[in-house]
Design a protein around this ligand. Structure first.
Ligand SMILES: [Fe+2]
Ligand SMILES: [Fe+2]
Length: 399
């Protein structure tokens, strides 16, 4: 089956049957062209709803070289497609159960089905979304998870007068956020935060010719890059700006959701991690407190993952100590996640106040947590300890 914007077509009856089975609704499909046998007898009429029994009875006949047959893109077909896409969302993010997205959605009774319906009125989305789900692309679950969580977070952040259009555009941006790696079977390798990938920028450029709002490109532009723009010492006014501007708000949300799904994937792949959320909650709390994400978003994670409160808290405490460096950037808790020391990243700086004289610490290998990037690596060698070491909290039990 080929999906090109507003055109769904094939030359094979078997494709049409596969697509009808996928939708679970034969009668939603009508063909632009009739299908005839070798003698010119009409087997399936044009522009009439397909009859399941009739179509299936033709299965054994050699009808796989029909010339181009395209589907009538009617409202009935669109509705069936929207229904099918929604079902996939329910399945992947357990919308009926008490999952994180389900929690976010239920609290605000957001109508995801409506968002999907309106989104696929746009030809580009219709083709793109149906292709991803019908062809069961590797990246499918990721796109669905990111979209559902992103929209759910937005609904819980803003007040109820917020325009539906903003939810819609964030949803669309989330669906397209990894556009340039959609067909890459190893798409996960591109999803890093170490500054080694350009797929976010490439995706933003690649979608820009498709009659979409330019806001969407802007929202996804740097979703795998991090900026320390939420420092506590910045003016409250600046903090308001990200929140008041729906495009910036959407890009901030996408950035965090991408980071969250990335951390979850990496940590669960590492050996010995039975419960990846202990480290994930620690990690996103630490990075939020370091200024990479806004605290308001972190609170939404905390309000759902209450089982992990102490891990969030521990991450925040570590970051608060790092931030207490008088230069704001040289203190580094080491090792991670269970820090026993605060090291100074700059041995040349004069720091009467904080340097802890005595035995420096030998770092043999650079920190292995490069997946978090964020300029936190410390090179091998001797490093001075900082007096802030004395303030380090005890890590939670079972961490
Ligand atoms: Fe990405
Ligand atoms: Fe992604």
């Amino acid at each position: 089956m080929q999906f090109e914007n507003n055109n769904i077509f094939t030359t094979k009856l078997s494709d049409i049957i596969a697509f009808a089975n996928f939708l679970g609704k034969y009668e939603a499909i009508a063909l632009h062209q009739e299908i005839k046998d070798k003698n010119g007898n009409i087997l399936i009429s044009a522009k009439r709803p397909l009859n399941e029994n009739l179509v299936k009875s033709l299965l054994k006949r050699d009808l796989d070289n029909l010339g181009e047959i395209s589907l009538v893109i009617s409202n009935t077909l669109r509705d069936a497609i929207a229904e099918r896409i929604y079902k996939e969302f329910q399945k992947i993010v357990n919308l009926g159960e008490f999952s994180f997205p389900a929690y976010l959605f239920e609290k605000k009774s957001l109508d995801l089905k409506r968002i999907i319906k309106v989104t696929i009125r746009n030809h580009f989305f219709l083709g793109y979304l149906i292709k991803i789900i019908f062809e069961n692309k590797n990246i499918k679950n990721h796109l669905i998870e990111v979209s559902a969580i992103a929209v759910g977070l937005m609904a819980n952040l803003v007040n109820k007068n917020y325009k539906y259009g903003h939810f819609m555009r964030l949803f669309q941006a989330a669906i397209l956020h990894d556009y340039s790696i959609t067909n890459n079977p190893n798409w996960e390798e591109e999803e890093n935060f170490e500054g080694k990938t350009q797929h976010d920028i490439q995706s933003a450029h690649a979608i820009s010719g498709n009659e979409l709002s330019s806001d969407i490109s802007e929202m996804i532009l740097n979703h795998n890059h991090l900026k320390q723009s939420f420092k506590k010492d910045e003016s409250a006014k600046e903090e308001e700006e990200w929140f008041e501007n729906p495009v910036i708000l959407s890009s901030v949300i996408l950035n965090l959701v991408e980071y969250y799904t990335h951390a979850k994937r990496i940590i669960s792949q590492q050996k010995g991690n039975k419960d990846e959320m202990t480290l994930v909650s620690y990690q996103i709390a630490l990075q939020t407190e370091m200024g990479f994400f806004p605290i308001r978003l972190l609170r939404l994670f905390e309000s759902y993952f209450t089982k992990y409160t102490k891990f969030f808290k521990y991450g925040e405490e570590i970051a608060i100590i790092q931030n207490a460096c008088q230069y704001k950037k040289y203190a580094l808790a080491y090792p991670k996640p269970k820090a026993t020391q605060i090291l100074c990243k700059n041995s040349k700086v004069t720091c009467e106040e904080f340097r802890l004289y005595g035995q420096p610490l030998m770092v043999v290998v650079p920190e292995s947590d490069t997946w978090i990037r964020l300029g936190e690596n410390i090179p091998p060698g001797w490093h001075d300890k900082c007096k802030l070491s004395l303030k380090l909290p005890k890590p939670p039990d079972n961490f």
